[in-house]
Design a binder for this molecule. Structure first.
Ligand code: HEM
Length: 473
C-alpha cells in the first residue's frame, strides 16, 4: 500500500463526497446500485470518492473497464467485497490470487467442460421436476425462496451427486444461514474485524460444524475414486484433476483443504447468482405478458403441450432462442453480480488519470448494461435485441461496445460457471414456463437490494397459475 501522504497529493477526477455516499447508503432510500449509477451519470467515466478511508474510482466507460479488468488483469487483485466471507470461502477460486489462483482454476476447469455440463443438465432437469411437485395451481409463493432452494438443490446434486437429504440437507441449511450472516458482515470488508465481533465468532463456530460435513463428503468421494467407482459429479472431477506436464507441480492434485475451499466457493457462487437471475426473469415475464406468451409458444413448439409435454434436455438448447433471449435480457437489466471490485497493485493510468497503487476500482454491470449511450431502449425489457436476423440467439446481436455487456466478468477472473449457469437458467425456465404462468401478487412492491448479489428487496410474492391446454391438462 502506498504512503497516505502520497495518496493525498495525487490529482483526482471529480466525484461525490464520500460522506454523502455513506449517508445515502445508511438512509437506505436508494440501493447501492442506484446510488452508484447516479454518481456515474453525474461525474462521467471515472468518478472518485473516499469511502471508509479508501480511495475509490468508479469506472463507467466500457473501454476503461476493459482496460483495467482485462488488459491490466495482472496489475490488480480482488477488492474487499468478499474478504469478510473468507472464513467461509477460504482460498477458493473467488478469493484466491496470483499463481495459486491460476493453478486452482486449471485444476477446476475440467469439471466445467462441455461434456460435463451436458451430464449436469439432466440432473438440473430432474431437480426442477422434483421441485415442481410442490407447486399447485393458485398457490402463493415467494419466488426468491423457490428459486433459491431449487438452485441450491441443483448445485448440491451436481457438486456432490446427492439429493441434499440427511447430512447434506443440514449442510444446505447451515450454509444458507452462514451466507446471510456473512453477507450482513460483508460491508465491514475485513476478515480480522469479522473474527473479533461476537456475531462473527458465532458464525465461525457454525463454519466448523459445516467443515466436518464437507470433510466427510470429501472422504466418501475420495474412497469411491480410489475404488474406481464412477461418480459423475463436480467434486469427483476436481479430486481426479492432476496438474499437467506444463505445470511445476506436475502430477499433483488438490489437497483436502483446497477441495473444501472450492466446495464452499462453488456452492456460494453457484446458486445465489442463478437463483436471482431466475427470480428476476419470473417477475419480468409477469410484467410483460406478450414476452411470456411468446416463451410459452416456443416451449410448446419444442417440448409439446398438455399430456404430451416432455421435459427439456441439453440437446434442446439450440432450439430455444427466445428462452435464451429472456435470460440474457433479464441479466442485462438485473445483473446478479452487479459490481466487481479490484485493488491496484501498481500505479496505473486510467481514463487519462494517474491512479496510485492501493486504490480501489469498481466496474458495475448494472451501470454499463443500463447506459442509454450504449444501449438502445436501455431501461426497457426487449428480449428481441438478442436475436440475429436468422432468429437464433446471438450474443453479439445488440451490437454494443466491448465491455458494455459484462454479466460474467472478464479474462482470468471470468465466471468459471458461465456455461453451467446458462444451461441451468434456460433449462429451469423451459421446464417450468411451459406449464406455469406465475403472476406478481397485486400491490407487491419490487425494489432492488444490492448486497453480494442483486436481489429483490422484499422478495417476490407470486401466484402460480397453471396454463390450461386444449386437452384440459
Ligand atoms: C447467472 C449466474 C451467474 C452470474 C451472473 C455469475 C457472475 C460472475 C461474475 C461477474 C464473476 C466474476 C467476479 C469478479 O471478477 O469479481 C464470477 C466469478 C465466478 N463464478 Fe459466477 N456467475 C453465475 C453463476 C455461477 C455458477 C453457476 C457457478 C458455479 C457452478 C459460478 C462460479 C463462479 C466462480 C468459481 C467464480 C470465480 C472465478 C475466478 O475468479 O476464477 N458462477 N461469476
Amino acid at each position: 500500500m502506498p504512503e497516505p501522504s502520497r495518496l493525498d497529493h495525487v490529482r483526482r477526477p471529480e466525484g461525490p463526497s464520500g460522506l454523502r455516499v455513506t449517508l445515502e447508503m445508511l438512509r437506505g432510500r436508494q440501493s447501492p446500485n442506484e446510488i452508484f449509477e447516479a454518481v456515474a451519470r453525474a461525474h462521467g467515466p471515472v468518478a472518485h470518492y473516499v469511502l471508509a478511508g479508501e480511495h475509490v474510482y468508479l469506472l463507467s466507460d466500457p473501454d476503461v473497464v476493459v482496460d483495467v479488468f482485462l488488459t491490466h488483469a495482472r496489475d490488480v487483485m480482488k477488492g474487499r467485497g468478499l474478504q469478510a466471507a473468507r472464513p467461509l470461502l477460504g482460498n477458493g477460486l473467488l478469493t484466491s490470487e496470483g499463481e495459486f489462483h491460476v493453478r486452482q482454476r486449471r485444476l477446476a476447469q475440467p469439471a466445467f467442460h462441455r461434456g460435463r455440463i451436458e451430464s449436469y443438465a439432466a440432473q438440473m432437469v430432474t431437480e426442477t421436476r422434483r421441485h415442481e411437485t410442490r407447486w399447485a395451481d393458485g398457490a402463493e409463493v415467494d419466488m426468491v425462496e423457490e428459486m433459491t432452494s431449487l438452485t441450491l438443490a441443483i448445485v448440491g446434486r451436481t457438486l456432490f451427486g446427492t439429493d441434499l437429504t440427511g447430512d447434506a440437507r443440514t449442510f444446505a441449511d447451515t450454509l444458507a444461514e452462514l451466507l446471510s450472516g456473512f453477507g450482513q458482515l460483508s460491508a465491514l470488508g475485513s476478515e480480522r474485524l469479522v473474527r473479533t465481533l461476537p456475531k462473527g465468532r458465532r458464525l465461525l463456530s457454525r463454519v466448523e460444524d459445516l467443515d466436518v460435513v464437507v470433510q466427510r463428503i470429501i472422504d466418501e468421494h475420495r474412497a469411491d475414486v480410489a475404488a474406481g467407482a464412477g461418480r459423475d459429479d463436480l467434486l469427483t472431477w476436481m479430486i481426479r484433476a492432476r496438474d499437467d506436464e506444463s505445470a511445476a507441480e506436475f502430477g499433483t492434485s488438490m489437497t483436502d483443504e483446497q477441495l473444501r475451499d472450492e466446495v464452499m466457493t462453488l456452492v456460494l457462487a453457484g446458486h445465489e447468482t442463478t437463483a436471482m437471475a431466475l427470480s428476476w426473469a419470473w417477475w419480468l415475464l409477469s410484467a410483460n405478458p406478450a414476452v411470456a406468451d411468446r416463451l410459452h409458444e416456443e416451449l410448446v413448439g419444442v417440448l409439446g403441450a398438455g399430456s404430451s409435454r416432455r421435459p427439456p434436455a441439453y440437446a434442446d438448447l439450440p432450439a430455444l432462442p427466445w428462452t435464451h433471449a429472456v435470460v440474457a435480457e433479464t441479466i442485462r437489466l438485473y445483473p446478479p453480480a452487479w459490481i466487481m471490485g479490484r485493488r491496484l497493485l501498481t500505479d496505473l493510468r486510467i481514463g487519462g488519470w494517474d491512479v496510485p497503487s492501493g486504490s480501489i476500482v469498481l466496474g458495475s454491470p448494472w451501470i454499463l448494461h443500463r447506459d442509454p449511450g450504449l444501449w438502445d431502449r436501455a431501461s426497457s425489457f426487449v428480449p428481441e435485441r438478442w436475436l440475429g436476423p436468422d432468429g437464433r440467439y446471438d450474443e453479439s446481436a445488440p451490437g454494443v461496445a466491448r465491455g458494455a455487456w459484462i454479466p460474467f466478468g472478464f479474462g482470468n477472473r471470468r465466471c468459471i460457471g458461465e456455461q453451467f449457469a446458462w444451461t441451468e437458467a434456460v433449462l429451469v425456465l423451459a421446464a417450468l414456463a411451459g406449464r406455469w404462468r406465475p403472476a406478481l401478487v397485486p400491490g407487491s412492491v419490487v425494489e432492488t437490494q444490492a448486497a453480494v448479489t442483486l436481489r429483490p428487496k422484499h422478495g417476490l410474492p407470486m401466484t402460480l397459475h397453471e396454463r390450461r391446454t386444449a386437452d384440459g391438462t
